[in-house]
Write a protein that binds this ligand. Sequence first.
Ligand code: BDP
Length: 734
Amino acid sequence: MSRRFFTNLFILWVFFLAGAAQVSNAEDGYDMWLRYQQVADNTLRKTYQQQFNQILVEGVTPGLSVAAAELQRGLSGLLDKPVAITNKKLSKQSLVVGTPATSPLIASLQLGDRLAVLGDEGYLIEQTRINKRPVTVIAANSDVGVLYGSFHLLRLIQTQQSLANISIASAPKLQHRVINHWDNLNRVVERGYAGLSLWDWGTLPEHKSQRYIDYARINASLGINGTVLNNVNADPRVLSDQFLQKIAALADVFRPYGIKVYLSINYNSPRAFGDLDLADPLDPRVQQWWKDRTKKVYEYIPDFGGYLVKANSEGQPGPQDYGRNHADGANMLAAALKPYGGVVFWRAFVYSPDIGDRFRGSYDEFKPLDGKFADNVILQVKNGPIDFQPREPYSALFSAMEKTNMMMEFQVTQEYFGFATHLAYQGPLFEESLRTETYVKGEGSTIGNILEGKVFNTKRTGMAAVINPGTDRNWTGHPFVQSSWYAFGRMAWDHDISAEAAAEEWLRMTFSNEQKFIDPVKDMMMISREAGVNYRSPLGLTHLYSQGDHYGPAPWTSNLERPDWTAIYYHRAAKDGIGFDRTKTGSNAIAQYPAPLAKMYGDINAVPEDMMLWFHHVSWDHKMKSGRILWDELVHKYYEGVEQVRHMQREWDKLEGYVDAERFAQVKALLQVQERDAVIWRDSCVLYFQTFSGKPIPAGYEKPKHDLDYYKALARTRYVPEPWHPASSSRVLK
Ligand code: BDP
C-alpha cells in the first residue's frame, strides 16, 4: 500500500482523536452549565432558529463584546447554526442587545422608565418591533446588565422554555453577590477538595489562562459580581507589589464580566511588612499605613472592591490585640477605602474562649457594637451561630443588628458534608436559611428580607459563599458540588428562587432536558442534604466530626486544648439524656432570638424536632412526635440517612442511558463511597451514644458490623488527613 494511503490514514486517525477528545471534553464537566449543546427538541429548535438570525450590537465596549460573544457561542451551539454578530443592518429576527447610551436602536424604544427601576445591573428581555421588524431585545442601563440578560436568554433556551411573547424584567435583590476563595498563596486551598488553587501566581501576570475567562463566564452567568481571591486566614504578602501586579491581571480578565476583585487582608500587615511594630487601628501611623497601601492597591486595580477581614478569630490578629473592638478595627480600614468607593466585609465568625457557650459568642461580641460601624462596612455573618454545620438555627445576629449592614456567608465547599466525595446539594440549606422567619418586625421578617435591607432599612446588602473550585478538570471535584455553586448564585440574585427550581435549571443545563432524568435526580438532590444531616447529626446534634479534618465521625472526641473544639462539648450525652441546654436553665442562648422564636425554641414541646438537641438536654425516654422515644428516634434517623443514600444509588443506577459515560461512572463510584461513609457515621454514632442510653438498637435494623472500638480505631487511622491534604493546615483547629 502506498505511503500516501498511510498518511491519509494517519490524518484520519488524528481527526478521529481530535473529535473524540472534543466529545469527551464536552462532557467532563469543565463546561459546567454552559454546555450549549444543540437543543434536543426538534420543534423547539426550529422555532428558536427562526427567531435568531443575527446578533445586532451597536457600540463596541469590552462588556458588550463579551455579551455578544457569549450569545454567539451559546446560540450557535444550541440552535446548531452559525449566528453572526453585526453592528450594521437591522434584519428581521435580529437579537438586538445594548444600552440606550450605546445603541440608537435600543434608545429608539424609549425604555426610560422601565429601565430606570432596574438599576445598574438589571435588564429587560422582550419581543418587540423595531422599524416594523419583529426582534428580540436585551436592554439594560449598563453593559453588565446586557451580559446578565444574555445569560438569562441563553438559560431559557438551554432549559427549553418557550420564548413566545416574552417580556422579562429582572434586577438583583442584593448588591454584593460574592464568592470567597480560601486559597493560600502557595496554591493549597483551605477546605478545598478539587485540586490546587485556580490562581497560578507563578505565571501571572504574563499568562492569562483560559480558565480565568471561563471562571468569569461561569460566575457572570449567575450574576456574581465579586470574588475574594485569597484565604481569610490571610497571608500579608497578598498586598505586596508583586502580588498586586498579578491580581491586577486577574482583575483585567474579570472586569468585562462585571466581577470585582476583593482581597482578604491580614490585620498585622503593617508589622508583617516590617514598616511598623504595631497594628493598633487607633494609632495614626497605622491608619496612614493602610491609607498608603490602599492607595497603592487602587493604582493597580482602579475598581478594586475592598477587603474581607477575619480578625481575632481562631488565632488571627485583630484590633482586640490592642484593646480595641471590632468596630474600631473595621472603621479604620473603611476610612482607607472610602475615597475609592471600596467596602470592608468584616466577618462575624468569632468565638472567644472566655464565652461559656460558643453559640453565644459572636452575638455577645457584636451586638453591643450595633450602629458603630462605618457605612461602608458590611458585617459578613455565617448562616448559623457555630460553623456551617449540616443544620443550624440561624445566627441571632441577623435579627439583632438593626443598625448595621449585614451580609450572609454560606459555604458551598462541603467542609462538613463529605468534601468532594458526597452528593450533598446545598440548595435546601440555603433556602431553609433564607426563608427562616425571625418575626423581629412581625411577619415577613425573613432572613432573605433582612439581607435585602427591607426589614431594618440597611443600605448595603449582600451574600457570599465560600466555594471550592480548583484545578480539577470539572472545577469542583464532585460534579454535583457545581449545583450548590449554581444555587448560591441564583439565590444571591433573588433569594426567593427555590432550591428545587435552581436544581431543575441546573440539571437541564448540566445534563439533560429529559424529564425521565430530571425528576428522579432532582428528588435525589432535594433529599441529599437531609440525608447528610441524618447520617451525621440528626435532631439538632452538631459537630461530631473527627478533629481537624471534619470528614469522618468522632463523637467521642474530648480533652482538646479548647473544650469547644471537642465533640462532647456539643452533644453532652450522659446517662440522663443528650443535647445542649440553651434555655434559661442552661446557657440561655435562646434569649438572643426575638421573643416568638425564643419561646418556640425554649419549649420542648414546640421546638422543631430537627433542632431539638441544639436547645435542650433531652431524656432518652422523651416521647417524640412519631411516638418513638428519643433514643429510638435517633437510631431511626441515623438509619434513615443510610437508606436515603442507598435510595440515591438505586435511582442513579437506573439512569445510565441518560448520562454520558464519564460523569455517570464518577457519580456512581462516589455514591458507593458515600454509602460506605454513611454506614461508618451511623454505626460510630449509634454505638457511641448507646454507651450512654444503655438501650438496644430496636428490632428490624441491620446490626453494626463492628464494635465501637473498631470505629474509634478507624477514626484515628483512616481520617487523619495526609500532610499535603488541604484540610491539614499547620494550625490545628477544633
Ligand atoms: C472553619 C474552617 C476553617 C476556617 C474557618 C473560618 O474549619 O478552616 O478558617 O471556618 O471560616 O469552618 O474562618
